[in-house]
Design a protein around this ligand. Structure first.
Ligand code: NI
Length: 223
């Protein structure tokens, strides 16, 4: 499962639908991204900022809306996150994993607020063949089964476009993918995956960027 070698990432994507790679960010750079992520979340939670890019839902047990995603992450004015999303590292990892160059097509911050609901099982999309588009997730804090790490059905990216997600999940096998802060998970957009709720008291953030080797140009509106 673990590999930093280009061939390894590409092989893992093709056979399993995901790969994990480590040790690409030093602690200072990781801390800068953590700080930027906390600042963006604080705009919503502390300052009352609201935008259609900040995805939340109302929950009877909480006074504040439950924030779970900040969409169009590259446009939110967090400079170090914007640089990271558009930078060379992710482009290189995407190219190694897909076996060819690819363009970033979407970016978001996934916010695992304590108590926020898990992500229902799904495929991101199935309108591309396997090993065509991937999502790269940089974990800003450790992700464990205890705080709702991602779970996948290995190989499910190869299933038919119209496969029933609930049936695939029941058939399994389900594999939890714990990760350390700084790890980068790459998964096929076709992979069947989900994640549990975060019952701890500590928020968990991850930066997710989609790359598509068939995209003609970058859809990120980085300025
Ligand atoms: Ni997803």
């Amino acid at each position: 499962m673990t590999s930093g070698h280009p061939t390894g990432l590409h092989a893992d994507l093709r056979t399993k639908g995901f790969a994990i790679t480590h040790d690409h960010l030093d602690s200072g750079r990781l801390r800068a991204l953590q700080d930027d992520a906390r600042s963006l979340v604080a705009r919503f939670v502390r300052d009352g900022y609201r935008s259609e890019d900040y995805w939340s839902y109302d929950d009877a047990g909480h006074d504040l809306p439950m924030l779970y995603r900040i969409h169009h992450l590259e446009r939110q004015g967090a400079r170090r996150i914007t640089d990271f999303v558009a930078g060379a590292l992710l482009r290189r990892l995407a190219a190694e994993t897909l076996g060819t160059s690819a363009q970033p097509t979407a970016a978001a911050l996934i916010v695992k607020t304590p108590g926020v609901a898990g992500v229902p099982w799904h495929r991101d999309r199935t309108n591309v063949p396997p090993a065509t588009a991937i999502n790269l997730s940089l974990f800003l804090q450790d992700a464990t089964p205890e705080n709702g790490c991602i779970e996948v059905v290995p190989g499910s990216h190869l299933l038919a476009d119209d496969s029933d997600v609930d049936t695939v999940r029941r058939t399994g096998p389900i594999l939890a993918l714990p990760a350390r802060r700084g790890d980068i998970l790459l998964h096929d957009v076709r992979l069947v995956h989900g994640s549990g709720r975060n019952p701890t008291t500590a928020p968990r953030h991850s930066i997710i960027v989609e790359f598509d080797r068939t995209a003609s140009g970058s859809l990120l509106m980085v300025t």
